[in-house]
Design a protein. Structure first.
Length: 383
């Protein structure tokens, strides 16, 4: 296989220049940027309990057993670990709206109520218009709200984090599949999206040029792949007219114990679990709010509902992940903070507002916990 073939298969032409510019920028600023002191870690799960091979849907009974397993076993895993604030790992379940069944949510409701995670919005869709997409999102937000999920802003409006199914945010595929809506970023924001967590999507063709950044989409906001154009978030920003783009680590690393290079894009799987070398590479991405480099943001992802993935994440793979996080933080003298997607957004907003010190204090800085997480009664399911 030639180098050009490998580049084409991984679509490096779409993001390699952005990666190199980011690395050069960090190198140029190495003597003036404060070293990280805090690591904010969010585990974002494209949580699809009805997933089946070949694009089909599993039977509801299979999905129920999958979410039941997480309800039983995740607390056992989580209680073995604590961050610098004494908090257990918190999982962000990005649940696909098209797979909604109230019986599936009963198990996630329990995990959220007990403080083990939060539920956010995931959606697979295609051949839509702005109007049909808006209707789907509004229905999903209302459904999740009835269960007590999703934060509420100061006006009482439900707000959500989002991950696009098949990575095809803002009609990002050249063939237009799995979306259809160029102005999707605008529709998402209008329906309550406060931050998008879709990227990185490498090695998929939808991967943007912007890598290892928390940024605001700017300029061609309503055009296809509007996420390509933006500005790195920085101290002093106070924008409330668009969602924030929070990306995970993307780059190159060596496989543990070898000099063999690999692409690293933050996907934690049964076949590629986390280890010390991977966690170190996540930290090297140095994702932060410009002007607050001592707070490092690490967002990784998984597809954790299926049997093989769950078996790893709830067993040896999960133990390895959290053990490696603890070891790396000890080595680098970092304070570890487990955060949900919402909490990561809040800490980013606090950084932009000029807050300093311990970022763990700002988990609820702008958007409060969803009602289910603070003991409020669930809203009437019949509404």
């Amino acid at each position: 296989m030639t180098m050009l073939t490998r580049i084409g298969e991984k679509h490096l032409e779409r993001w390699l220049s952005g990666y190199l510019i980011d690395r050069l920028r960090l190198f140029h600023n190495r003597n003036v940027v404060q070293a990280p002191a805090h690591l904010l870690f969010a585990f974002c799960d494209h949580y699809e309990p009805l997933w089946a091979a070949g694009g089909k849907k599993a039977e509801l009974a299979i999905g129920l057993e999958r979410v039941s397993r997480w309800r039983r076993e995740y607390p056992i895993l989580a209680e073995r670990f604590r961050d610098s604030d004494g908090r257990v790992p918190r999982h962000s379940f990005f649940f696909p709206a098209e797979e909604y069944h109230p019986e599936l949510f009963e198990h996630l409701d329990d995990l959220a109520r007990r403080g083990y995670g939060e539920v956010e919005l995931h959606l697979h869709h295609g051949d839509d218009t702005a109007e049909s997409l808006r209707a789907q999102l509004q229905d999903a937000v209302e459904t999740y709200r009835r269960h007590g999920h999703l934060s509420r802003d100061a006006q009482g409006r439900a707000r959500y984090a989002f991950i696009h199914g098949n990575w095809a945010l803002a009609n990002g595929r050249p063939d237009g599949r799995h979306c259809g809506v160029d102005q999707e970023l605008e529709v998402l924001f209008e329906t309550g999206c406060f931050a998008d967590f879709t990227f990185p999507s490498c090695p998929d063709v939808t991967q943007p040029r912007r890598v290892n950044q928390i940024y605001w989409p700017l300029g061609k906001f309503r055009e296809r792949r509007g996420y390509e154009h933006g500005r790195r978030a920085r101290v002093g920003d106070d924008w409330h007219d668009r969602q924030l783009m929070i990306t995970g680590p993307l780059g190159f690393a060596c496989r543990s114990g070898t000099l063999r290079p690999r692409l690293e894009y933050g996907a934690v799987t049964a076949h590629d679990p986390a280890d010390i070398s991977r966690v170190r590479s996540w930290l090297r991405a140095r994702i932060h709010i410009e002007g607050r480099a001592e707070w490092t943001f690490v967002k990784v992802y998984t597809h954790g509902a299926s049997e093989s993935q769950a078996g790893s994440l709830l067993g040896a793979g999960g133990l390895a992940l959290h053990g490696a996080l603890a070891q790396v933080c000890e080595e680098a003298r970092l304070k570890l903070h487990y955060v949900t997607a919402r909490e990561m957004y809040n800490v980013a907003r606090a950084a932009m507002a000029g807050q300093v010190g311990d970022p763990g204090k700002y988990r609820d800085y702008e958007l409060p916990p969803p009602p289910i997480a603070v003991g409020q009664e669930l809203l009437d399911q019949s509404r």
